[in-house]
Design a protein around this ligand. Structure first.
Ligand SMILES: [Zn+2]
Length: 307
């Protein structure tokens, strides 16, 4: 027996008998609803309505500054990245550039940042003095999605996309959806066809779905839930939008999935959730307490451990 053959058989023995120490988990950070706004030159009534968000950019900057001390594998931000694509200006002009400002901030971060778009990321705002909020319109969502694709590398192939990460012998497939605005039927339907294909191609690999608006009983969730009902390997859903923390079980036909929501980051920079991927399980940390475990998801079948 050659040395390499001996080494291979020892490795096989070790992996079947658990003699090797468990591989280090892969840790990433989930944040959401960063609502970054550059309010300079924005109409005073909008600036006043959005005053609670004026520290959002500084909060995000400090978060990136602290990452180098203990860098995670990556950061995943599930939407409402910015507070709006543009705002009516003080002089009746339009204050744009919010997408580009956000993209510049994440490009300076010390680790890769994966983004999902939320409803605010394709909304343009004008003054509505009679209401408590400015008036939003997503009529230019297609153009705004194109601007995001040009500005942020993760959207290079589109504003819904997939990426993979390994933990031991397990390949996790991340599917990032764009469900902040689904009024454009052909956009939505193309996305669902893409999702179906990703589910088919995944084989036994566990899926982690990231999206802005969480899965619920609403008609908007139905197409996603129907597709995921055909994916017994869906392991986790990560979402934002509601600005509150929750770990909930979502029913998908004959199986279920854990959906994790994380609270708004913009107004509470402690709203960071660490998630650790192991070969056989996912450990979900409590918001603001890196290293803690609030919930564990066991993977149904880990091929490497099954024989
Ligand atoms: Zn939000």
């Amino acid at each position: 027996m050659t040395f390499s053959a001996l080494r291979l058989s020892l490795l096989l023995l070790a992996s079947s008998g658990g003699l090797l120490p468990a591989a280090d988990p892969l840790e990433f950070l989930h944040v959401t609803d960063t609502h970054v706004i550059d309010a300079r030159g924005v109409h005073p009534s909008i600036a006043a309505q959005r005053r609670h968000l004026h520290s959002a950019a500084a909060n995000l900057q400090s978060f990136f500054d602290t990452l180098s001390a203990q860098p995670p594998a990556f950061v995943l931000v599930t939407g409402d990245l910015i507070d709006g694509v543009s705002f009516q200006g003080a002089e009746g002009d339009t204050r744009a550039g919010q997408i580009e400002l956000f993209a510049k901030m994440i490009a300076r971060g010390p680790v890769p940042v994966y983004l999902a778009l939320g409803n605010h990321d394709v909304q343009r705002y004008t003054v509505d003095a009679a209401a408590s909020k400015p008036a939003g319109s997503d009529a230019s969502a297609a153009a705004d999605r194109a601007a995001w694709r040009a500005a942020a590398p993760c959207f290079r192939d589109g504003t819904y996309y997939a990426f993979q990460r390994r933990a031991g012998s397990t390949t996790y497939r991340f599917l990032v959806l764009d469900n902040g605005s689904l009024k454009d039927r052909s956009f939505a339907e193309a996305q669902w066809r893409w999702l179906e294909k990703q589910v088919r191609q995944a084989g036994d690999d566990p899926l982690i779905v990231a999206l802005h608006i969480p899965l619920d009983q609403s008609p908007a969730s139905a197409p996603i839930r129907e597709i995921l009902a055909r994916a017994p390997n869906v392991a986790l859903v990560l979402a934002g939008h509601k600005h509150s923390n929750a770990i909930e079980e979502i029913s998908l036909g004959d199986h279920g999935v854990t959906q994790v929501r994380t609270a708004i980051f913009a107004t509470n920079p402690a709203s960071v959730r660490a998630i650790r991927l192991f070969e056989d399980r996912i450990e979900i940390g409590a918001t603001g307490r890196r290293g803690s475990t609030e919930h564990t998801v066991a993977l149904h079948a880990v091929p490497a451990l099954a024989h």
